[in-house]
Design a protein around this ligand. Structure first.
Ligand code: NAD
Length: 253
């Protein structure tokens, strides 16, 4: 059991996958958690898991790429749970294609959800963190930040998340706020299941093939990422800031 005192955390994209596991983990660490996703009703399962274990959670519908929705969502969380002092920018989408086939919309959608979304959410939450003299921001990057065929939009966004994180760390450190990034490798979620479908493979075969390329010989689970996020959001991690932690079952060269 962590010694973290109860604080309010917002996890974006928390209806499922890595975000859901992270919301559940932060609740287990003693946070009251705003479970934020595009559709409020889609957050019900995550909220139920948290409350069944005695935690506090609030479902919040919000498109993180929409400035007005973000402002309203953060205001609602502040009113109903308290000032958010922990933020996990996890919401994400894929629009994979080779460069020559990639549409303007594929590019813009990925930039808007990952980068604009993290920017809007961080800007809306930082004033509460500055007032409190305490904050923890964790941004989801990816091993794709190092470059990945068919993901020129996603790779650029996820590399962008790393520069964004380091700059937040420099600007906000004097207010007791840390910012770090977790960069997952292959994690079994709906996102990677959709990729398997797109390339015409069964998900089990796709995971087995991926596992052969990973030093620990398995793909990751959402809880593997939640565990890394929980390290960065812990009060005791206050001297760790501006870092990118690859969580990929091995080094990525
Ligand atoms: N799964 C992997 O292998 C992997 C690897 C590296 C990085 N990541 C990153 O981890 C994060 C979570 O990935 P996942 O695999 O759990 O994905 P997922 O597709 O299972 O879940 C993503 C969630 O984000 C939500 N979302 C999408 N657009 C949104 C928006 N505009 N506003 C609010 N919510 C929105 C979706 O509704 C969904 O619930 C993403 O940022 C992803 O890029 C995943």
């Amino acid at each position: 059991m962590s010694t973290t005192e109860q604080r309010v955390a917002i996890v974006t994209g928390a209806a499922r996958g890595i975000g859901a596991a992270t919301a559940v983990r932060l609740a287990a660490e003693g946070h009251a958690v705003a479970v934020l996703d595009l559709d409020e009703s889609a957050c019900a399962q995550t909220v139920a898991t948290i409350t069944e274990h005695g935690g506090t959670a609030l479902a919040v519908g919000c498109d993180v790429s929409d400035s007005a929705q973000v402002e309203a969502a953060v205001a609602r969380v502040t009113q109903e749970l308290g000032a958010p002092l922990v933020l996990v920018n996890n919401a994400g989408v894929l629009r994979d294609n080779l460069l020559f086939k990639m549409s303007d919309d594929d590019w813009d959608t990925v930039m808007n959800v990952h980068l604009r979304g993290a920017f809007l959410m961080s800007r809306a939450c930082q004033k509460h963190m500055v007032d409190a003299g305490y904050g923890r921001i964790v941004n989801l990057s990816s091993s794709s930040a190092l470059g990945n065929r068919g993901q020129v939009n996603y790779a650029a966004a996820k590399a962008g998340m790393q520069g964004f994180t380091k700059t937040l760390a420099k600007e906000l450190g004097k207010f007791g706020i840390t910012a770090n990034a977790v960069a997952p490798g292959f994690i079994a979620t709906d996102m990677t299941a959709a990729t398997a479908e797109r390339v015409g493979m069964g998900f089990d075969d796709f995971k087995a093939a991926a596992a052969t390329q990973i030093p620990v010989q398995r793909v990751g689970a959402p809880e593997d990422i939640a565990n890394a996020v929980a390290f960065f959001t812990d009060e005791k991690a206050g001297f760790v800031s501006g870092q990118v932690l690859y969580v990929a079952g091995g080094p990525l060269n």
